[in-house]
Ligand binder design. Structure first.
Ligand SMILES: Cc1cc2nc3c(=O)[nH]c(=O)nc-3n(C[C@H](O)[C@H](O)[C@H](O)COP(=O)(O)O)c2cc1C
Length: 177
């Protein structure tokens, strides 16, 4: 199984660390799982404008293809204005409506406002569902206070949520065959 993680922040590192942690947990739970982390700051993904993928630059083509070739995905985003980042939305805008058919699509959010833990459910889940992704029942919201100054996750409960998300992604993807 190829599990691809997307880190949708162009600013700092908390989302990258959280996605990396879920991918690491997935490999620890099942050594046959192959993982790849795509940090959107490493790629020049052009703005989706309705043109076919062939019209876009190599980075856009490569990132979209990595997403399409994954068996399962976890999407990580900081919460921006009670929603997801424009960078992640732009990547999702490049995809066809059945892009995630037969794929499990997990959600990880980071944020500074505790009450925004539901943003994944209300903002990201509808997009993943529209693209036919199977969204796990659990998602991981990691509050900024769960990190130390080096952006290491120091909160046991946050780690447990990421562990459970990794386990559910693997279990669901296996059940899809
Ligand atoms: C433009 C902007 C808007 C933000 N809006 C919210 C918000 O609505 N709710 C929230 O909980 N955090 C908000 N934040 C805080 C970030 O979500 C938070 O610091 C996150 O952990 C940053 O992730 P990163 O280190 O991966 O960039 C915002 C940050 C920025 C820069």
């Amino acid at each position: 199984m190829k599990l691809v993680g997307i880190a949708g922040s162009l600013a700092s590192w908390k989302t990258n660390v959280a996605v990396h942690t879920v991918l690491t947990e997935a490999r620890r739970l099942d050594s046959t799982v192959e993982t790849e982390l795509i940090d959107l700051r490493d790629f020049e993904v052009e703005f989706a404008n309705g043109n076919p993928l062939a019209y876009f630059n190599q980075d856009t083509f490569n990132v979209v293809n990595k997403v399409m070739l994954a068996d399962a995905l976890v999407f990580g985003t900081p919460i921006y204005q009670a929603s997801i980042t424009g960078a992640l939305k732009n990547l999702l805008d490049h995809l066809e409506p059945d892009a995630f058919k037969g794929k499990v699509t997990g959600m990880i959010t980071t944020g500074a406002v505790e009450k925004h833990f539901l943003v994944a459910e209300y903002q990201l889940k509808p997009i993943l569902s529209y693209l036919k992704g199977l969204v796990p029942t659990g998602n991981a919201f990691i509050h900024n206070d769960s990190y130390n100054d080096e952006n290491e996750i120091i909160d046991r409960d946050a780690f447990e949520r990421m562990h459970k998300l990794a386990a559910e992604v693997i279990q669901l993807q296996k059940s899809l065959g």
